[in-house]
Design a protein. Structure first.
Length: 657
């Protein structure tokens, strides 16, 4: 049986960058890209050291670059000292950008507030002083359970300012999830809000904190700080709970940063969606900040006059790197959005781009596909002429959604940077650079300069281009995960397994490189690889084939055990029209099976097709595939579904067409 993953979709469309894009880009043309890659190849530590000196303000200059003496626990710039909040706020004010708008905040109800760099620094300093007054100090862990808000960003920046280690928990997570993270991190404080506003509704947050702490094992918590978002009724525990506005009222607007070494943990972020105990991904200060800045400048080609908008939530790594840290460290103006893309209607994203003259727009393929379903022609009703660069993040984007994004949203003139990276990598790893890389729909193209990505078989040996395999990174890089909080053995086993000689970072994704261009295409998680009659198929490719059918808005594919073929393909499908029933459902299911057979081959035809009004998603739009696997097997769901935005969908998806 072949050990490589078969790649069966072919994509031949290529979109070179326009002459105007090349002319004005920071990385201009493929020759500039190649020169950076060559510099890294010739002197790997020297390359990263140069960039770290050029792009970061150091309190004490580093003399060590890469320390690999205790691999895979790598250290970067270890004897240098800095402060991440200083690099995001003070240095911009000192450079004369104090009156520049840092954040354009658009609330769920459409109200807009603008915050300058000087104001953001003052608010961060006040809150940092308030945290110190609560006895929170360098090295303490602080849980942040906040709405999308300026205050959420201030809370993160304030923790960084005093050297406290923050762990942001997405506002959609349950009390049990909160309790697990408080316990694992040994947190001393929780920063939360009375409620959050999403889609016209007020959703309480503080009760989940109270419930999580009451579940037990959270004795380390001595302070709960509550931001008053809605002003609704809110139970406060005497002595432990404090109102944000009260503890900051008398604090000065100046706060000396805590200067930390480059390896000091900036944050722990728990990965969600997998079974078992959550993994606390621990990131450093110096190396992480470097990748955040470089990817803002090279992937997004950020310019001083740009308005940048990343639609992620601060509860996910995308919200850390491309909302809280990267844009601010570059002195950019960014939009921070509280609401959801479909409220009050499906034109909300496009209206926001139009109103704030957004130049760079970064969102998830899931959001793109749901907006196609909600109205493929909607963007044409708005003035999107300010857009210069589009980006996608979170999962591979299927070619048909890519083409819609490129043509309809970007008017065929905006490069689409399809970025591959992970919570663990800290920043972009494989991505087009808009002024250099010719684009291919569905491909994340080439590694970021300095990143040594490769595809190997299960013994860790390189596979030839055109053959699928396991995506790995061959050399350590500055923004990489340092360890799993409190569990170094799990870190080694998860990311540097012995099967790969303990020397290759295992991303957990299957991928293929184009036989001619060497472009990377992600085929889905390794555990999303199906073995059908001895053929190993990436679920992403089958999903792409389904979504390329004009009837289909969205699809998710999983495997289930099958006596005949080992595994059978099970597809969960959302149509652009109404959900079909009875004979109509069977007819459409057969049509889709034949379509996949024609697009890929008979081996990839789904055995089961189930229709729903939507797919089970977290509030951030991530499809919960592990629940779909349970449904496909016909088992009862026993896992926690409190993070789902739409748990009722699970009932719809239980039966086959």
């Amino acid at each position: 049986m072949s050990s490589s993953i078969e790649s069966v979709l072919q994509e031949n469309r290529v979109f070179p960058p326009s002459a105007a894009t090349v002319k004005h880009a920071t990385i201009s043309g493929m020759a500039a890209y190649d020169a950076l890659c060559q510099e890294a190849e010739q002197d790997y530590p020297g390359y990263w050291a140069r960039l770290a000196r050029e792009h970061i303000s150091w309190r004490k200059a580093f003399t060590q670059v890469l320390d690999d003496s205790n691999a895979p626990f790598f250290k970067w710039f270890a004897d240098g000292t800095l402060n991440v909040s200083y690099n995001c706020l003070d240095r911009n004010v000192e450079a004369g950008l104090g009156d520049k708008v840092a954040i354009i905040f658009e609330a769920d109800d459409g109200k807009v507030a603008k915050v300058t760099y000087r104001e953001l620094l003052a608010r961060t300093a006040r809150f940092a002083n308030a945290l110190r007054a609560q006895g929170i100090k360098k090295g303490d862990r602080v849980i942040i359970y906040m709405p999308m808000s300026v205050e959420g960003i201030v809370a993160m920046q304030a923790c960084a300012r005093i050297g406290a280690i923050h762990s942001v928990v997405f506002g959609g997570f349950s009390a049990k999830s909160l309790q697990e993270r408080i316990q694992d991190a040994g947190a001393v404080a929780v920063i939360t809000a009375d409620a959050q506003c999403r889609g016209g509704k007020s959703l309480p947050l503080k009760p989940a904190v109270d419930e999580g702490i009451a579940l037990g094992g959270c004795e380390s918590i001595h302070s709960v700080i509550v931001y008053q978002r809605t002003g609704g009724a809110c139970a406060m525990q005497e002595g432990r709970d404090k109102w944000w506005h009260e503890i900051t009222a008398s604090q000065p607007e100046v706060c000396e940063p805590e200067w930390v070494d480059a390896e000091h943990p900036l944050f722990i972020l728990y990965t969600s969606g997998s079974t078992g105990k959550p993994k606390g991904v621990q990131h450093s200060s110096g190396g992480y900040l470097l990748q955040a800045i470089l990817t803002m400048k090279w992937t997004f080609d950020i310019k001083p006059s740009d308005v940048f908008w990343c639609t992620a939530d601060i509860g996910w790594v995308t919200g850390h790197t491309y909302i809280t840290y990267g844009p601010l460290a570059c002195g950019a103006t960014e939009v921070v959005f509280e609401g959801v893309p479909t409220y009050p209607d499906a034109g909300r994203f496009w209206k926001t781009i139009q109103d704030h003259r957004v130049n760079i727009f970064y969102t998830a393929p899931t959001a793109i596909r749901s907006l196609i379903k909600a109205g493929a022609d909607q963007p044409k009703q708005y003035d999107l002429s300010s857009l210069r660069i589009l980006g996608t993040v979170g999962e591979p984007i299927n070619p048909e959604a890519w083409m819609w994004y490129f043509n309809v949203v970007g008017g065929g003139r905006c490069p689409v940077v399809d970025t591959w990276w992970q919570t663990e990598t800290g920043g972009h790893m494989i991505t087009p650079l808009p002024g250099a890389t010719p684009l291919v729909p569905g491909s994340c193209t080439l590694p970021f300069p300095g990143i040594q990505a490769a595809i190997v078989d299960e013994t860790g040996n390189d596979v030839e281009w055109g053959k699928g395999g396991f995506l790995v990174v061959k050399k350590p890089w500055p923004s990489m995960i340092r360890t799993i909080w409190g569990d170094p053995e799990r870190f080694k086993k998860s990311y540097y397994p012995e099967d790969f000689k303990g020397k290759l970072y295992l991303a957990g994704d299957g991928a293929v490189r184009d036989a001619k261009s060497g472009y990377f295409t992600i085929m889905g998680r390794i555990d999303d690889v199906l073995n059908v009659s001895g053929h190993r198929l990436g679920t992403m490719e089958i999903e792409s084939a389904l979504v390329s059918n004009p009837l289909v808005a969205e699809a998710a594919v999983v495997g289930r055990p099958d006596d005949m073929t080992g595994e059978a393909v099970c597809a969960f499908v959302v149509l652009k029209g109404a959900r079909p029933f009875g004979d109509e459902a069977k007819r459409i299911a057969n049509e889709l099976r034949n379509w996949v057979g024609k697009e890929i081959g008979p081996i990839a035809k789904p055995k089961d097709i189930r229709f729903g009004d939507n797919l089970p998603k977290t509030r951030s739009g991530k499809i919960m595939r592990r629940l779909l696997r349970v449904l496909a097997k016909g088992e009862e769901i026993s896992q926690d579904v409190s993070t789902l935005e739409n748990p009722a969908i699970l009932e719809q998806l239980k039966t086959n067409a």
